[in-house]
Design a protein around this ligand. Structure first.
Ligand code: GTP
Ligand code: MG
Length: 439
């Protein structure tokens, strides 16, 4: 690659076949998203190229005539064709040959973004497994196209006799996937014990921010927890789950997780491999589903997210629907009214508005406080060293004292309150009955 080409952004043509079942609106939304994905990869999108067709051409995705047109467009100046569907290795190969430019399908574009954005060891390994799985059949296709020459070269290097380049590469891919999988399994075990320890310590109340990519999850994470997670106007800016406590701190202490975003036609290999990243989310007692209400295609994004959540087994986890970016809507009041009519329990907000963030904070805390129970304790003066523990594990609603000790009215998680109630729940004669909400 010359210096010039590495410095200049690569020029891309965004291309799609529009099948009869796909409306113009849907096509446009999908292409806009592909253009955004292209931008995230640093491409300069120079053309959008579409064809209405009953189905994809089995040979080269577009029809023969259209492929010629595409070739002319490439000659005018383009380096890569981005196809808005997952296409077969042979379709990609033929299109590439005829149009004269590299072809990347939607899956490959998404895999490439995940590859660039993955930071942690686990995320890198998961993305590599998905990429290798995607590449394997494409390498088979390349080997097939190379034909008998490929076989003639066999027997060189570490290959056993008669094994072709293609076979060798496939074996290497299989071995590498197995190796990565082993590495991941090891990490998972480590994570599980860590998690078990964390849970024991804290008796966790957890909310996970989930939703379509770019909806504003990380922005809300920052606002809700005062942490410095990455926020970017890019697709899939976040690939690793981060966990922070809700700030200002609350009783019970609530942990918030920021998670990887969803997208239409998420490559299946990624759904599977990212399930473990999303495992954190599945452990939450509440999912705050964040939707970019300013995006014209938000209903579809909402539906896609719900589908993926179902697919990964999160159907039963309670949801709080959060319509974000209301400040960017053309007519915020009208949009808010229609959202409320359709989703009565939703929150409509802007992550940039402090009062709105406080409202979301309150709703989240409210959810976890629903399960809290209250009790009245009597703590003799001799047991005052327990005060620290009580104040740490519960909220003290009221405190009064007499000659013999202190009465505390507390609210907290059922387990903590029950434990304290068993120890100190006996009322001193005089004040009202001690136990409330504790068996
Ligand atoms: N106007 C406006 N912009 C917002 C709001 N919330 C987030 N943004 C912007 O939207 C873009 C995406 O925000 P992120 O928080 O990175 O989105 P995300 O959901 O974490 O995205 P991924 O990590 O890619 O899945 C950023 O440029 C934010 O500044 C909002 O309420 N109003
Ligand atoms: Mg993010």
């Amino acid at each position: 690659m010359t210096k010039e080409t590495t410095q200049k952004p690569r020029r891309a043509i965004v291309a799609a076949v529009q099948r009869p079942a796909v409306s113009d609106l849907e096509l446009e939304a999908s292409l806009t998203e592909l253009r955004q994905l292209a931008k995230t990869l640093g491409f300069d999108v120079v053309h959008t190229f579409t064809q209405k067709r009953a189905g994809f051409d089995s040979g080269g995705y577009f029809g023969v005539g259209k492929r010629k047109e595409l070739q002319a467009l490439v000659e005018e100046g383009a380096d890569v064709i981005l196809v808005d569907h997952e296409i077969s290795p042979s379709q990609a190969h033929n299109l590439e040959k005829e149009a004269g430019a590299e072809v990347m399908d939607r899956t490959m574009v998404i895999l490439e973004i995940f590859h660039r954005h993955a930071r942690s060891r686990a995320a890198r390994a998961q993305v590599e497994i998905a990429r290798l799985g995607y590449m394997a059949p494409r390498m088979r296709e390349a080997a097939k196209q190379a034909g008998p020459k490929d076989r003639a070269r066999s027997g060189v290097g570490g290959r056993s006799g008669g094994e072709s380049h293609g076979e060798l590469d496939r074996r290497k891919i299989r071995d590498r996937i197995a190796e990565l999988q082993k590495e991941l399994d090891g990490m998972k075990l480590g994570r599980k014990t860590q998690r078990a320890r964390r849970q024991e310590r804290q008796g966790l109340a957890r909310v996970a921010l989930v939703g379509y990519t770019n909806a504003g999850k990380s922005t809300l994470m920052r606002a809700l927890t005062g942490s410095e997670v990455l926020v970017a106007d890019k697709l899939f800016a976040t690939l690793d789950t981060t966990v922070r406590a809700l700030h200002p701190e609350t009783v019970p202490r609530v942990l918030v997780s920021d998670t990887v975003g969803f997208i239409k036609n998420l490559p299946h290999a990624l759904v599977v491999s990212f399930k473990s990243t999303l495992d954190e989310a599945l452990e939450a007692s509440l999912l705050a589903h964040v939707v970019d209400a300013s995006d014209p295609g938000f209903e579809r994004q909402l539906a896609v997210t719900e589908e993926v959540l179902d697919e990964i087994g999160a159907k039963a986890v309670p949801r709080l629907l959060v319509f974000n970016k209301i400040d960017r809507a053309g007519d915020p009041a009208a949009l808010e009214a229609s959202l409320r009519a359709k989703h009565p329990d939703c929150i409509v907000m802007s992550a940039r508005n402090e009062a709105d963030v406080a409202k979301l904070h309150k709703r989240i805390v409210g959810f976890f406080q629903q399960n809290l129970v209250e009790a009245e304790l009597f703590l003799p003066w001799a047991a005052q060293k327990m005060r620290g523990e009580i104040f740490e594990s519960c909220e003290v609603l009221e405190e009064r004292s007499d000659d013999e000790g202190a009465f505390l009215r507390i609210r907290g998680e059922p387990d903590a309150v029950k434990r304290l109630g068993e120890q100190y729940g006996r009322a001193k004669p005089g004040p009202k009955p001690v136990k409330r909400g504790v068996r």
